[in-house]
Design a protein around this ligand. Structure first.
Ligand SMILES: [Mg+2]
Length: 172
């Protein structure tokens, strides 16, 4: 018997896949880049939105980031359909504050450019600027579940900002 095994892509294909899934949940790369710009502007004179978009795209082209995004978005989507087994279904749908696996999954993204990403993520998770706050605030179930998505977006922004921080130190 022949079975086809699909693998999560890396590089440009991963970026395109992530972008498609994010857009399916109403999130654009430009929305994430806007957060990156706000985070890094005080430290990087002359930083512009184009460089932030480029950094977000670089983060999204990593396989582990793509895996985390696809996993989180799949769980959010399944919760919206009532397709998860209990007690996971209720826990994810209602974003139980004691669940915490949404933050744990986001950590897979946060640390790819070192500990600056971790600090950035803590800040974004608390302040919830821009698209992070929008996604967090648009409510939970039964028709809408973004338990994983808000953390994943914050994590991608945090990693993209850390990448810029490291890049500018190296080229100075
Ligand atoms: Mg969450």
């Amino acid at each position: 018997m022949h079975t086809t095994v699909a693998h999560t892509p890396a590089g440009e294909e991963a970026r395109a896949l992530c972008e498609r899934h994010l857009e399916g949940r109403g999130v654009r790369i430009a929305d994430i880049a806007a957060i990156v710009l706000d985070l890094q502007r005080p430290f990087v004179p002359g930083l512009d939105v184009a460089e932030c978009v480029e950094s977000v795209e670089a983060v999204l082209s990593k396989r582990e980031v793509c895996n985390a995004l696809l996993t989180g978005i799949a769980l959010d989507t399944l919760a919206e359909r009532g397709a998860l087994p209990e007690p996971l279904q209720s826990t994810v749908l209602h974003d139980d504050p004691l669940y915490g696996i949404d933050e744990v999954l986001a950590l897979a993204v946060v640390n790819i450019y070192g500990s600056i990403g971790f600090t950035n993520f803590g800040y974004l998770d608390k302040v919830k600027p821009g698209i992070v706050g929008l996604v967090d605030g648009r409510g939970h179930g039964p028709e809408r579940c973004d338990t994983f998505l808000d953390d994943l977006i914050a994590a991608v922004a945090a990693a993209a900002a850390a990448r810029i921080a490291h890049g500018h130190r190296d080229t100075r």
